[in-house]
Design a protein around this ligand. Structure first.
Ligand code: CMC
Length: 437
């Protein structure tokens, strides 16, 4: 697959007076790489790249991202078009299969999602064993891992069953997410319904109750669809790389995705959406709206505080997802007639940061997580569920990457090297002769 992207020209590297020729690879959208796959074998050298800032870990057909131009495409389609014109189910199908579904394929996929929506009744007892106030991400990660015990047949020949496996995961993770919320509230579980669309079903499981039936509002369903689409994939981010790395040891999809959920939990990654809302609430409730205090702290070199929802490893001009979410945020709040003072604080923070030398010099712009929490809050989803929502959206991307990695003829177990900087080889010391170091 990669061979047809190798260019005729080569990069030259001189080490200890010896010249090495390294192939150049150019991707479909013109992104360039130096192929160092045989470097250590030929020269004895490795490359060192903490945080993988310059390292391509694979070639992929799923998502194209240009951080300088603010472009994000899934399977060649722009995120703007997909967010405007598709449902999350269509985009999930696109990510996993590589093409948008026809109407028949969409219906069949939706039917599989509905058919797989229940979780094994025995799994429901697990929820009772988690202490009240358990982080929903901890519950989600454990429950996804345990799916392997209840549905082991899917781990044997994943490719024969990949359609079913994708539908099963997308559907059951949604149910697990809603059940974990209900348990945390001490409310009875609401089972999935066959007649509802993917997002409407989720909202109904979250908010319906025996004493107050949930009224499904089309604006809320549309907003949720959009948010999930925007989180669908983001090429080799921390959690997706985790899914690939864990899966590269040939472990099953459930275990790989459970590891991805744990990576996503971090406040520098998917956990940032909750951190943004916590920060905005602190500014509003405890600091009298004084957002400048937070800007000053973020700029102080002696303070480790960072403005949550700002900055991105890859986007250096703007995050295209943020623009769509900001617009959707204004629309949803207006449609639901919600006035949220946190939105005003968020806009003021953005305004200050976009004109401040510190943020400009470091290319720090609001990212996807900056406004998403305000929409979630407006539709009733609590802060500690935000990262679970991100996981729900990212699920088709993780599945697509796991599948691509599994199928890749260049597949190897992921195993980086290192430069050792510990003590040099030394003689062993018997316990009676040891002194504390
Ligand atoms: N507030 C203040 N300063 C910042 C911020 C921020 N949010 N982000 C980066 N910086 C500064 C950082 O201190 C450093 O300054 P200096 O050069 O003076 O040391 C400079 O900008 C470069 O930062 P970095 O840590 O080298 O950048 P990175 O590419 O390694 O990190 C990031 C990217 C997203 C982890 C980081 O910008 C960050 O911590 N942002 C806040 C958390 C956040 O919003 N994460 C969500 C990311 S988007 C969704 C996702 O990936 O899940």
């Amino acid at each position: 697959m990669l061979e047809k992207f190798i260019k005729d020209e080569k990069a030259e590297l001189i080490l200890e007076g010896k010249k090495y020729e390294l192939p150049i690879i150019e991707g479909v959208e013109g992104e360039k790489a130096i192929d160092i796959r045989s470097l250590r074998k030929d020269s004895g050298y490795i490359t060192l790249d903490s945080g993988y800032m310059n390292t391509g870990s694979c070639a992929s057909e799923i998502t194209f991202l240009d951080g300088e131009e603010g472009i994000l495409n899934y399977r060649g389609y722009s995120i703007e078009d997909l967010a405007e014109k598709c449902s999350f189910v269509e985009v999930a199908y696109l990510l996993v299969h590589g093409s948008l579904p026809t109407e028949d394929q969409r219906q069949e996929f939706s039917r599989m999602l509905s058919d797989n929506a229940l979780i094994h009744e025995d799994m429901i007892h697990f929820f009772d064993s988690f202490p009240v106030n358990s982080p929903p991400m901890a519950i989600l990660s454990s429950m996804v891992s345990s799916l392997c015990s209840f549905y082991p047949e899917m781990t044997e020949n994943p490719f024969e069953n990949i359609d079913k496996m994708a539908a099963r995961l997308l559907s059951k993770v949604r149910t697990i997410a809603a059940f974990s919320y209900k348990k945390s509230k001490g409310q009875p579980l609401v089972y999935p319904r066959h007649d509802l669309s993917y997002c409407a079903n989720f909202l109904n499981m979250m908010f319906d109750s025996p004493v107050k039936p949930y009224e499904i509002q089309p604006e809320v369903v549309a907003a949720l669809n959009k948010l999930l689409i925007l989180h669908g994939d983001h090429e080799q981010n921390c959690s997706t790389s985790t899914v690939r790395l864990v899966g590269s040891a040939r472990v099953n999809l459930y275990a790989s995705i459970s590891a991805g959920i744990s990576a996503l939990w971090g406040p520098l990654h998917g956990g940032a959406n909750q951190a943004v809302m916590d920060m905005l609430e602190n500014i509003y409730h405890y600091d009298n709206g004084d957002f400048m205090k937070y800007v000053d702290r973020a700029k102080d070199p002696n303070d480790s505080f960072r403005l949550a929802g700002f900055g991105h490893r890859v986007y250096k001009t703007f995050d295209p997802r943020m623009r769509i979410i900001k617009k959707a945020c204004n629309e949803v709040l207006e449609a639901l007639n919600v006035q949220d003072p946190l939105l005003d604080i968020a806009k003021s923070l953005e305004e200050v940061a976009l004109n401040d030398e510190y943020f400009l010099k470091r290319n720090l712009y609001p990212n996807v997580d900056f406004y998403s929490g305000i929409i979630y809050r407006a539709i009733g989803i609590p802060n500690n569920m935000f990262t679970v929502m991100f996981a729900l959206g990212r699920l088709p991307g993780w599945i697509a990457h796991w599948k691509e990695m599994w199928d890749d003829p260049n597949w190897r177990i992921g195993r980086p090297r290192q430069i050792y900087i510990g003590p040099p080889c030394r003689p062993f010391v018997e316990i009676e002769d040891r002194v504390a170091e």
